[in-house]
Ligand binder design. Structure first.
Ligand SMILES: Nc1ncnc2c1ncn2[C@@H]1O[C@H](COP(=O)(O)OP(=O)(O)OP(=O)(O)O)[C@@H](O)[C@H]1O
Length: 242
């Protein structure tokens, strides 16, 4: 992947999102390069989720543009973004509760691959995400952490080249969070990622470059060490627990 490292795979220009009088994102210029595992952080209300939703098509930006690998996706629907080979995990669960773990993963894969390939990918993914013991269980009956992993498995089984994850470790125990961090590092071997996350331990475990949002705009970008050492960032974010 090193050869293509500087290829821009996702870009926003002047991205602005207003909800009535509330400016959730203001003129955000953002650039993501092939191979990155980028974390978006920032205090509550900083605009991370809104920005994420503008990337995935869940929200249509008021102004500005979103470009994914040279395709203008501004205002595209989530399924159109997904069709570009983008795996998306939103905060809202996107599983069929009445179906088994295996069926959910197969369906997610089958959407993008022929039957045989989808079957192979489903089997591989179940092993990678260690869901073998619960493969036949109904997703609706699973614990929270397991459901989150099924959703990650659904993203992986589609073989996306770009993965957008909104709070993948939300509500997980420390142990579950650690396993999820490992999974994300593994996904990054074959895909570029953006991860929105609150859990600082999780971010430390996975982050290469971090983008800090504050008041709807990008405050700073850098490694976790650079960002943590910055007085402004400490002031607006790291010094405040939530
Ligand atoms: N649908 C909406 N309608 C009105 N205001 C909204 C809407 N969604 C977000 N906002 C506002 O936009 C701002 C940014 O919110 P956003 O959820 O993007 O922040 P965030 O950084 O993701 O916060 P959190 O960490 O709490 O999820 C906040 O002031 C929020 O109240």
């Amino acid at each position: 992947m090193a050869r293509t490292r500087r290829e821009t795979v996702l870009e926003t220009r002047d991205l602005t999102m207003r909800f009535g009088g509330v400016v959730a994102n203001e003129r955000v210029d953002f650039r993501l390069y092939a191979g990155e595992l980028r974390c978006l952080i920032g205090p509550n209300g900083a605009g991370k989720s809104t920005f994420f939703k503008c990337l995935t098509g869940q929200l249509k930006p008021t102004e500005g543009t979103v470009t994914i690998r040279d395709v203008d996706t501004t205002g595209a629907d989530p399924h159109e973004v997904a069709e570009l080979g983008v795996g998306i995990k939103t905060q809202v669960p996107n599983v069929f509760d009445a179906l088994s773990v295996e069926e959910n993963i197969w369906l997610a894969s089958r959407r993008f691959h022929p039957d045989k390939r989808a079957q192979a990918l489903t089997a591989d993914t179940i092993e990678r995400v260690r869901l073998g013991d619960i493969r036949r269980r109904q997703v609706g009956a699973l614990a929270h952490g397991q459901r989150q992993w099924v959703e990650l498995a659904m993203v992986i089984a589609a073989e996306p080249w770009l993965v957008l994850l909104d709070e993948p470790a939300a509500g997980m125990t420390d142990e579950e969070t650690e396993f999820t961090a490992g999974l994300i590092r593994e996904i990054n071997k074959t895909a570029t990622l953006i991860v929105v996350e609150h859990d600082m331990n999780f971010i430390r475990a996975i982050a290469q470059k971090v983008t800090v949002f504050h008041r709807g705009a990008i405050l700073m970008e850098g490694t976790m060490d650079e960002v943590s050492a910055d007085p402004t960032v400490r002031d607006v974010y790291l010094g405040h627990k939530h």
